[in-house]
Design a protein around this ligand. Structure first.
Ligand code: TRP
Length: 453
């Protein structure tokens, strides 16, 4: 403990640059891409929402991911410790906000991931082969109407998350990631290919990419911006924490750009897989959080080898969710390990347990607690998701952007940003984006939503 480098060594590092990319991509790619992106795109009318989302990734997401990773690698700390060691004072709140967001997001994330585990179980039982198209949405309704199964699968998923996080940074996870992610990508590609060849394919393409700008109202803009943060795991220090495990030779801009592009591609592919089914079977694009569960099984019941593909798809979906949930828990655990000096095992078990309990109302929010509306008509789960995505993450992101652009020493940032990079000097472009474009865009979207103009 007294040795100067002890904490740094104790924290562990990714084994390679590739491992770092895969872990960060694993954090970014998750339920946000496959469950959430299609359903919010459906609710906000398609094309214009999608294009604005991509615009946010490019102008805010990528610069902010670079900023978080730089802060993490430079300080080698959890989010609170990082701000404390760089500046202290009120900036600690930014770190705190991140840890709180980690608690909140993971609480309902485990519930939705639990739905995916349930569907993996159903696909193993071969349930999807016998269903008619109309029965598929009913299966989802059945799951939601059972509090017990939701709690059960939520617990299973949280258990898996805890086990992996106890194992630490360099366990089998990195290796598993390297195989599972490319396979997930391939399956989505196949599903999208199938979708686009179905009768609703052309309509789906139009829905996703031809913008009707009148649909992009202030709530849609805020949702798209917030989802750029959610999908890239930004605004709460997850990428900061992952950056803190990076070696000194890796080029952070390269990692951030690669991860962001992969993440966006996966979201678009799942849109291309899901919306053709929506239009082929005259379903409602704005069906809400159940969209992926009500559509894809129809495809599995129709395509050759569908029952095998269903198993593989849900297995990979659960895996994608796990590589994200561990990054959420990791932020909380890193805080208790670094700042409170708990040991990793205790921090993981205690915090995992608390977050599970915090998620119980979300699991019950579709049945027993369905009349408990928190924000507008939204139930408990959707309200927490809405508050985190639309307010906490963009606010955290805004603060981190201001910190990186205006408060942190230019020398430190420039040094970190240029490490491991060769020809192109991205520093001037990055600095312009993080100082002006990102904070102003976030502020404008906030003010717009609040009705200032
Ligand atoms: N990005 C993940 C997804 O798309 C979710 C996630 C993991 C996350 N870590 C995060 C969201 C940190 C916000 C902040 O499913």
């Amino acid at each position: 403990m007294t040795h100067q480098h002890a904490p740094k060594n104790k924290r562990g590092l990714w084994s390679s640059r590739f491992g770092f990319i895969m872990a960060s991509a694993g954090s970014a790619i998750g339920l946000g891409n496959i469950w959430k992106f299609p359903y919010i795109t459906g609710m906000h009318g398609g094309g214009a929402f999608v294009l604005f989302f991509i615009f946010c990734i490019l102008t805010v997401g990528i610069p902010l991911m670079i900023a978080e990773m730089i802060i993490g690698r430079h300080t080698r700390k959890d989010p609170v410790g990082a701000f404390k060691s760089l500046h202290g004072g009120g900036w600690l709140l930014t770190g705190w906000l991140g840890v709180i967001a980690g608690f909140l997001i993971l609480s309902y994330y485990c519930v939705v991931a639990g739905w995916a585990v349930d569907y993996l179980w159903l696909s193993l039982k071969g349930t999807f082969t016998v269903k008619h198209a109309v029965q598929v949405p009913e299966m989802f309704a059945n799951l939601l109407s059972s509090d017990l199964s939701q709690l059960f699968w939520q617990a299973v998923f949280m258990g898996m998350t805890i086990l992996i996080v106890i194992g630490g940074v360099k366990s089998g996870l990195e290796r598993a990631n390297k195989i599972m992610m490319p396979v997930l990508f391939l399956i989505l590609l196949i599903l999208a290919g199938f979708g686009l060849n179905s009768p609703g394919g052309a309509q789906a393409l139009r829905f996703l990419f031809s913008p009707d700008w009148s649909k992009l109202d202030p709530p849609a803009m805020l949702e798209a911006l917030g989802h750029a943060f959610f999908s890239l795991s930004l605004g709460m220090g997850a990428m900061l924490t992952y950056g803190s495990y990076s070696d000194e030779e890796t080029s952070i801009p390269k990692v951030a750009i690669t991860v962001s592009l992969m993440d966006t591609l996966v979201a678009l592919l799942s849109g291309l897989a899901i919306f053709p089914i929506v239009f082929t079977y005259a379903m409602e694009p704005a069906a809400g959080p159940g969209l992926v569960f009500k559509t894809l099984p129809i495809l599995f019941s129709r395509m050759p080898g569908g029952s095998m593909i269903a198993i593989l798809f849900f297995l990979l979906l659960v895996f994608a969710a796990l590589t994200s949930s561990i990054s959420l828990l990791e932020v909380v655990v890193a805080y208790y390990c670094d700042e409170k000096h708990w040991d990793r095992r205790k921090a993981t078990l205690v915090m995992g347990g608390i977050i599970f309990l915090l998620g119980v109302p979300s699991a019950l929010s579709n049945n027993i607690l369905k009349d408990l509306h928190i924000i507008g008509e939204r139930n408990f789960l959707d309200s927490i998701d809405f508050a985190c995505t639309n307010y906490i993450l963009p606010l955290g992101g805004l603060l981190i952007a201001i910190f990186a652009g205006w408060v942190m020493s230019k020398g430190i940032i420039k040094g970190e940003l240029l490490k491991g990079s060769d020809k192109i000097n991205l520093y001037p472009a990055w600095r312009f984006l993080i100082r002006y474009v990102s904070p102003i865009l976030v502020a404008l979207v906030f003010l717009n939503k609040a009705g200032f103009f």
